[in-house]
Ligand binder design. Structure first.
Ligand code: SF4
Length: 519
């Protein structure tokens, strides 16, 4: 049974009139969290779509333009198919402003209501989302199976409504969060421009950069995250005749970050960031805490208010925002993976675009760790998995629904697998790897030594990529859920050669600086 709190306080006087305070029902909040998480799993917000379209239109670097077009095609397919934009359906972040006059009809605590909504959203059989959250993060890292708990920030404010922002943050971008404490007279711009290239491309640019300045360490981090929930408006800001100091700084950083030439997926080009957001707060005279958090090609958040009248109504998405784009495969080379040899691979150059057909296997962090343990202990490779002459695809797919072969299945950040690359090339017979973003120097040297190749697929184009997967079966480590090893039959899977058999690599801009492998 629901308990109604403070029923006797329902009438409050605001000097002139009696006002009935709104009662927020448990089911309304739970269902609003459920529906908002489903909504953001397949809808980009209009400001994001418009900014990506603009980036596409002005891009002159063909590899980057191709990547942006795949992100836009993926976005439209997801909106139509109501399936996730990315295989990483995120860690849930919820910002709640609770009006001090809000009344509740609820049995659960606020956090438990939010987590019940998360549970329903991620296990929704119409659009099952990937459960990525593990408990006991230092040791057993056991998947909680329903993506709970969410990370919840609550603030008490004036009023009698609940103001909620729900986000699902992909960890390719979350893992690139940075924090420093500058001296008060240090230059923020210098630090940002020095730090952004070190983040590599694992955060799937183009995206946004959120910067929190001031307060204390945790306040700066929270501001950097919460400012990412604001709409992209850099072009409107640029068009204004007068700017505040923060707006001037935003424009300056926006221009200078894009001039770094990192570009979409780190492939070079004009757009690395779609916007730079800054939030500040008073701080100690001796301190200047600065936090920076990127948001990726799967920027997902929605805002709504509950006033006691029911479940949140979420905005309609205007499909006319999408341009008519199709994959231009005229410059792609078809590759039969089932007959591919090392000597054929030696004809590939960085930047070549390929359409892969044939059999590949998958594996990501936990699978690599387990394979290493098996090899080191003399147990050997798992039975039933044929690695020989195959590419390994770094992916943790979403489970299929309906007649799907597999759910969205985009690449995960390859740098996390760098430490396993030599072991894999030495012991398994694989020809190479497919992932996203740059490789570190040791992995590149190993690729060169083994005359292997590293191919990249577009991070943030997961549903589009899943359309090229025709068969999928789990061949090892089934109990590890999304970390299981699959054998996939692909047909015309689009990839780009990022490291060729001579160790040339396409992410030179990023590899000429020491990278910090945090993801
Ligand atoms: S777009 Fe990239 S960083 Fe974002 S959720 Fe997907 S894989 Fe992760």
């Amino acid at each position: 049974m629901f308990r109604r709190y403070n029923i006797t306080c329902l009438l409050s006087i605001d000097n002139t009139k009696a006002q009935i305070n709104m009662i927020i029902k448990q089911e309304h909040l739970v269902e609003s969290i459920h529906s908002s998480l489903q909504y953001i799993s397949y809808y980009h917000s209009p400001d994001f779509i418009k900014a990506m379209v603009l980036a596409y239109e002005k891009e002159t670097n063909l590899s980057a333009k191709n990547a942006i077009s795949q992100i836009l095609i993926n976005s439209k397919l997801c909106a139509l198919g109501k399936r996730p934009l990315c295989q990483d359906t995120g860690i849930v972040n919820v910002f709640i402003e609770v009006g001090m006059n809000v009344q509740w009809e609820a049995e659960l605590s606020l956090e438990d209501m939010v987590n019940e909504g998360v549970r329903r959203a991620y296990n929704d059989s119409d659009n099952r989302l990937r459960a990525s959250i593990v408990s006991d993060p230092l040791f057993s890292r056991k998947n909680t199976k329903d993506n709970t708990p969410a990370v919840i920030h609550t603030k008490l404010v004036q009023g009698d409504t609940l103001d909620i922002t729900v986000a699902a943050k992909g960890c390719g971008s979350e893992n690139k969060a940075k924090f420093t404490v500058l001296n008060p007279d240090d230059d923020l711009t210098d630090w940002v421009l020095k730090t952004i290239p070190k983040m590599g491309a694992g955060w799937c640019p183009p995206g946004m950069i959120g910067i929190g300045v001031g307060g204390t360490a945790e306040k700066a981090m929270l501001m950097a995250k919460s400012v990412l929930m604001e709409p992209i408006d850099i072009n409107q800001i640029k068009d204004k005749s007068e700017h505040t100091e923060i707006e001037t700084l935003r424009i300056d950083l926006f221009n200078k970050i894009n001039e770094l030439g990192i570009g979409a997926q780190g492939l070079g080009g004009l757009t690395t960031v779609l916007d730079v957001k800054i939030k500040d707060y008073p701080t100690h005279a001796a301190s200047l805490p600065v936090a920076m958090i990127p948001n990726c090609a799967a920027t997902r958040h929605v805002h709504f208010t509950l006033d006691g009248t029911g479940v949140a109504e979420l905005p309609e998405v205007d499909m006319n925002l999408y341009p008519d784009l199709e994959m231009d495969i005229s410059k792609y080379t078809k590759v039969d993976l089932n007959t591919l040899t090392h000597s054929q691979m030696q004809t590939w150059n960085i930047g070549d675009t390929l359409l892969l057909s044939g059999t590949i296997i998958t594996g990501r962090d936990a699978a690599h760790k387990r394979l290493k343990r098996m090899i080191d202990s003399g147990e050997g490779l798992p039975k039933g998995v044929n690695f020989d002459n195959r590419f390994i695809y770094y992916v943790g797919p979403v489970d299929p629904v309906g007649d799907e072969v597999i759910g969205p299945a985009g690449p995960t950040t390859a740098t996390r697998m760098d430490k396993f690359t030599d072991m894999m090339l030495e012991n398994t017979g694989i020809l190479g790897m497919i992932g996203k973003a740059e490789r570190g120097e040791s992995a590149i040297q190993s690729i060169k030594k083994h005359k292997a190749s590293y191919l990249i697929a577009v991070g943030g184009a997961a549903y589009l990529i899943s359309k090229s997967i025709k068969k999928a079966k789990i061949v090892a480590f089934e109990e590890m859920g999304m970390e299981a090893i699959y054998e996939l039959e692909v047909k015309d899977m689009p990839v780009t050669v990022a490291v060729d058999t001579d160790g040339e690599n396409i992410h030179k801009v990023l590899n000429n600086i020491p990278l910090t492998y945090t993801s």
